[in-house]
Design a protein around this ligand. Structure first.
Ligand SMILES: [Zn+2]
Length: 332
């Protein structure tokens, strides 16, 4: 798909920095687009690659009809390379292959673009990052490397120091909500808040029906009948359903964290105007009475433990079973 700078929502600072660099002919050969997931970093990389290679750009807008634009539009420009992990992370062989290819000139592009996304996650082994350093230090003159990385994640300082960093930020919640297809405005705003201003995350949560899942989990957690025979089977079913989310299961933990934080705020002396993420839930005040503040802190610890276990590829169903029972135990 041909991406134009005009279609990127928000990110005024990032767009301004790139725009200034292009206008002044001071483009860097290695960029790190740094910021949270799902706010438009990869999209901007695509837009930049298309713009730099368009035969007749108007300012920051691509012409959409030249041969280069057509190739970007069909997703097969021969000089745009996306390097994604094969398995758990990027392999050293992939970097070596890239370096071999870079020894040759681009097929047709003015600027060949290499996009390596999510390096906080994909540069698992130090030798892979070290191999990449050489290329980052001296990329060929007709080549630009664009790395993207999550602010919260770990990015090696050696990589950081060799790239020009372009900051990306969460979008205002209203803008994220407007990008969702949800008819219910309150629910769209809730999704935007849970996704912390990331349209990409909000869309994924919408696709997976996260709000319904949240509802189901909270119904179990706020159950008042400790000895209900159906409660245990509900927990097992919910754990199974949560595990089915596979790589997105961690997002459920973010959702639970936001809910517990809201309960802590409600129990504290914080002014009522303090922003509650899950304010669409009518039973929030009752739920806040179910746990003591110290029990809620333990709940947050239990969620953190579950997160570590998911990262270590523990059995997902088991992780959620243990978590849900731990949260219920803190209540009773
Ligand atoms: Zn063009």
């Amino acid at each position: 798909m041909l991406t134009s700078f005009d279609s990127i929502k928000g990110q005024e600072k990032a767009k301004h920095l790139l725009d200034t660099a292009i206008r002044n002919d001071r483009i860097s050969h290695a960029y790190l687009f740094k910021g949270p997931a799902g706010v438009g970093k990869k999209m901007t990389a695509h837009a930049l690659a298309a713009l730099l290679n368009c035969h007749a750009p108007q300012g920051m807008t691509v012409c959409a009809s030249c041969p280069a634009c057509k190739k970007f539009n069909s997703g097969n420009h021969p000089d745009f390379h996306l390097i994604e992990p094969e398995g758990a992370g990027i392999k050293i062989g992939q970097i070596r292959e890239l370096q071999k290819n870079l020894a040759f000139p681009p097929f047709e592009a003015k600027t060949r673009v290499i996009l390596i996304p999510d390096i906080h996650d994909t540069m698992g082994r130090p030798e892979v990052a070290n191999a990449l350093l050489k290329t980052l230090e001296e990329p060929p003159a007709d080549t630009m490397l664009i790395l993207t990385g999550d602010e919260a994640g770990h990015i090696l300082p050696t990589i950081l120091s060799r790239c020009q960093v372009i900051p990306f930020t969460p979008l205002p919640l209203e803008d994220v909500a407007a990008l969702l297809t949800h008819e219910d405005r309150q629910r769209a705003m809730t999704l935007a808040a849970i996704a912390e201003g990331s349209p990409g995350r909000a869309r994924r949560q919408e696709e997976h029906g996260f709000l319904d899942t949240r509802q189901a989990i909270i119904e179990i957690l706020t159950s008042t009948d400790k000895n209900s025979p159906s409660l245990v089977s509900q927990v097992y079913a919910m754990a199974h359903q949560s595990a089915e989310l596979k790589d997105d299961a961690e997002e459920l933990l973010d959702l639970l964290t936001s809910w517990i934080r809201d309960l802590i705020i409600l129990r504290s002396d914080a002014p009522r105007s303090t922003h509650l993420i899950n304010q669409d839930l009518a039973n929030l005040p009752e739920a806040a009475e179910s746990w003591s503040t110290s029990a809620m802190m333990k709940c947050l610890d239990a969620i953190a433990t579950a997160r570590q276990q998911l990262k270590r590829n523990c059995n997902r169903t088991l992780v959620f079973e243990v978590l849900f029972f731990a949260l219920l135990d803190e209540k009773w």
